[in-house]
Design a protein. Structure first.
Length: 482
């Protein structure tokens, strides 16, 4: 092929899509493809490509994508001409990238799929599946993960996609699985660097599911260094949560993935990670700063300390670091500070019980607020529309007076309830009827939790409390599959 110098006639006489792709490959190798595609030749080539492609063949449509990906890499300024009409040929998913002959073709095909706009419904699932199944075509993997990055609605959707990908990864040999995990996570780290997603709810439980699905079968792995590298990549997913929304660094649920990682690794691999991890100090920095911020707010959090303890070999090591981090912060309440420095072992005079009672009271206030808001409109309708009719036709002043007193009492109670909610900084979120991303920690699924559900509709609003800049859910939203 090296002595072959492609001409435009070779393009016109190609009788199959594969033959045409071979001509373009040779032209590209000879640095002549740009010359061949001057003026109207590019549009003519695109039309010729469509003529040769069998739309009923998933393999042919994948080769079509690879061919267009190759063209787009050469004629960057005219990429719109290359992909004009491409969406119509991709209403159904193409064949697996493994059917292509080499890594370059796979990368070109993956890059071409990224130009599909609007994205077909199958694209996200296909990109995840292929990115995780590819063995060594790293450029193709990155192109597919870039599709996941760009098409995900929020970071929770990214994590859900990863969970699906790792769940479907069939490699059970521990060290082989770790090698694949590292390739996937390294590629993801590269394509997702500095990308921003919205983050509407704490994805701690979703991230924990990613770790659980990724680290299946690895407990018996012999390569401890590789296990630590994979663990570090997964911890960086946690750090991205803090980067996207720092307030989540103060919530113990954010670090649920740490406990899951310890459970999946087992004692031997986890001990090695704890000693050799490059990312552990950054996670500890977030945890220590969270302790300090909560202490400044006069709060304690045993769940946060229990999660933090997982990152240390001994409780003494943890308390020593907390004490060092608190040095110089004289503004802290001494009782609160001593509680944190003791690792939660020092008892405080009734503060814990009082905090629990206050949380229960806030939950009851939130539930009452929802019940009151649900009853307000019907009773308002009675007051405005039915009371005049009752007064005119019933002719019973005792009944009318009782109804009027009851309605007035409800209005007064509703007013007092709103004032109480304002004092406690409690308010509904206004999500009722909306379709949102499901979070098991923030939402209550009607009929119980259902695995695999990502989009839900809010049947009953959630109630939140905002204190010291932190939002806390006091009543979870009741949701159903959208």
């Amino acid at each position: 092929m090296s002595s072959f110098t492609p001409q435009w006639e070779d393009i016109e006489t190609a009788t199959t899509l594969r033959a045409l792709d071979d001509v373009l490959t040779a032209s590209m190798a000879a640095h002549q493809l740009q010359t061949l595609l001057q003026d109207e030749k590019l549009s003519q080539l695109v039309q010729r490509t469509y003529q040769l492609c069998n739309a009923q063949s998933a393999e042919e449509r994948l080769l079509l994508a690879a061919l267009f990906g190759r063209l787009s890499a050469v004629v960057r300024s005219r990429v719109d001409q290359v992909f004009e009409g491409f969406e119509a040929w991709m209403q159904a998913p193409p064949a697996s990238l493994d059917t292509l002959k080499d890594g370059d073709e796979k990368a070109y095909a993956a890059a071409a799929l990224g130009y599909l706009d609007p994205a077909p419904g199958w694209l996200m699932k296909y990109a995840v599946s292929e990115a995780f199944e590819l063995d060594a075509a790293e450029n193709a993997r990155k192109a597919l993960l870039a599709i996941v990055r760009d098409r995900a609605d929020d970071y929770a959707a990214v994590l859900n996609a990863m969970t699906v990908g790792f769940d479907n990864l069939a490699i059970e040999a521990p060290d082989a699985r770790l090698r694949r995990l590292k390739r996937i996570l390294d590629a993801w780290k590269e394509v997702s660097r500095d990308h921003f997603w919205p983050l509407e709810s704490n994805p701690g439980e979703v991230l924990s599911a990613v770790v659980r699905s990724a680290l299946r079968y690895v407990k018996e792995a012999k390569d401890e260094g590789l296990a630590t590298e994979v663990g570090d990549r997964l911890l960086e997913l946690l750090l991205r949560v803090v980067q996207l929304r720092f307030s989540y660094a103060l919530e113990a649920n954010t670090y649920a993935a740490v406990r899951m990682m310890k459970a999946q690794f087992g004692t031997r691999l986890w001990t090695h990670l704890r000693s050799h991890s490059q990312v552990r100090p950054r996670v500890l920095s977030c945890l220590l700063e969270a302790c300090l911020v909560l202490a400044r707010q006069g709060q304690t959090d045993m769940a946060l300390l229990e999660t933090m303890k997982v990152m240390y070999a001994t409780r003494t090591g943890m308390t020593t670091d907390i004490k060092r981090h608190f040095v110089g912060h004289h503004e802290l309440d001494s009782e609160i500070s001593d509680w944190w420095i003791s690792g939660g072992t020092k008892r405080m005079a009734g503060n814990t019980q009082r905090g629990e009672l206050q949380a229960d009271a806030d939950m009851l206030i939130g539930q009452l607020l929802l019940e009151g808001e649900a009853a307000r409109r019907p009773l308002e309708n009675v007051r405005i529309n039915l009371m005049p009719l009752i007064e005119e036709f019933v002719h019973d002043p005792v009944v009318f007076a009782s109804l009027q007193k009851g309605l007035s009492g409800f209005v007064e109670m509703s007013t007092l309830l709103r004032q109480l909610c304002r004092l406690r900084r409690i308010e509904p979120s206004g999500l009722q009827g909306e379709v949102i991303t499901y979070s098991r920690t923030r939402h209550e699924m009607d009929g119980g939790h259902q695995a695999g559900i990502t989009q839900v509709r809010v049947r009953r609003d959630q109630v939140v409390q905002t204190l010291h800049g932190r939002e806390r859910i006091v009543v979870k939203a009741l949701v159903e599959p959208a």
